[in-house]
Design a protein around this ligand. Sequence first.
Ligand code: NAI
Ligand code: CS2
Length: 496
Amino acid sequence: MKLSNQALLQLPKEVIVPNYDRNQIKTKIVHLGFGAFHRAHQAVFTDILAAEHNSDWGYCEVNLMGGEKQIADLKEQNYLFSVCEMSYDNWSTRVVGVAKEALHVDVDGIVKILDVMTHPQIAIISLTVTEKGYCYLPATASIDINNVLIKHDIDNPTNPKSAPGVIVEALRIRKEKGLKPFTVMSCDNMPENGHVTRNVILALAKIRDANLTQWIEKNVSFPSTMVDRIVPAVTLDTMAKIQKQLGGIEDLVGIAGEPFIQWVIEDNFVAGRPEWEKSGAELVNDVFPYEEMKLRMLNGSHSFLAYLGYLAGYLHIDECMQDPYYVKAARHLILQEQATTLRVKDIDLLAYANSLLDRYRNTGLKHRTWQIAMDGTLKLPQRMLDSVRFHLANNTPFHCLALGIAAWMRYVSGVDDNGKVIEVSDPAAEQLKALVSNSPDNQERIKALLSLTHVFGKDLSSNQYFIDQVTNAYLSLRDKGAKQTVEQLAQSFQYN
Ligand code: NAI
Ligand code: CS2
């Protein structure tokens, strides 16, 4: 039997179920990107509000690219899905009831999606569409005018395909109908994600209509958010465990994440918002210091472990954490090369670092290094390169960052330390492949990859000291492999 309104009655009593009147919930948020993360993060915060604080805020869940099955399954399950917390020895489960509708562009059509987005009661459009979904250039945080989706949307503005294009068209219709605007809230891992979203949307609107651009500038808000919870892609094993939690009821949209959860939100909403602070979110004036801390300390070390781990044959993050040299190097990176670059105040960064390493040790998670390694061209800038700039300006060492960047270069070169071919997943995969195959496997490879100035910026691409540091690390990875290189670096740090 599949999860449904009826199946709720048969769930084990430990499972938290929607104990509120779901008919009272209204679609006030359209969420773009019904993937793993949204379900285990924002949807849970909103569900707690409905369950414990009488909130009527609910979602229309939308996928614009991929994920047809998730939307179809959600519809079939009366818009119910379960979220499990997985620690290494304990699982707990909550069935979320705040989704009211679900749409997929290829099934329901863009007209239907725009119709919902332009309903008067919609107050927020939120997004978890991955870094790729913003169609932007990370080095400048500006729109990528050569992106195929953006090119399409410039030529077909009323039939858009990109997330920014869909939002611009929805705003145009709202303006024309004399409706109030909505807030656009990015929940993706980018620095100043609200700022990036605003830049891209305004740039696209500007190509179309100056009045619309002014209206958006004046009326729409783009709060930044810092989002955190490790939610690995679902595997067959996770599905089986979720089914066990549900006493044998099958949930095709179920998801499992770590127990830790954090959400820091810039309190800047033009059309109202749920009282997410009542379910544990932090509403602040300035998210930037939190974002910077999380992106550099957590995501930076995640990518470091992912590239070096994958090359060495560690398939999951918890396996990297069994290697004492990987742990020592990651800790050094987090505390000496990332924490030292931050502007955040009043946070115990040592305690934060230790908590991150503990979270990575969670053997229940099985977070694939390959998953974290994907889309490196859109992740490296905020996770590693901005910190490198800090160290160059301050004349401070950055051996771990140089090694992490070199490990990405080795990874996109396409073969691991056991000679196995790597399936590189990145929006720039074709370009990477061409750069790799046209350069010999020596310092020329570094020069070739650094020519990606939309990733490295012109400054780093031409900084000889930076080039030398990355080249040394790369040659060591090539000649000795990842495990030995990490061991040597970790041993060079004169402490335990
Ligand atoms: P996922 O692969 O499960 O879902 C990705 C979602 O993005 C899907 O709904 C898909 O339809 C949409 N999407 C992908 N490319 C798109 C495009 N070009 N245009 C429009 N929509 C597009 O991934 P997951 O785990 O949900 O992560 C999504 C994002 O959430 C991450 O990239 C990250 O920025 C953020 N995040 C994820 C965390 C995690 O641990 N999974 C934790 C913190 C943030
Ligand atoms: C990870 C993140 O996939 C990745 O790139 O580094 O999704 C990470 O799990 C989250 O940011 C944790 O909040």
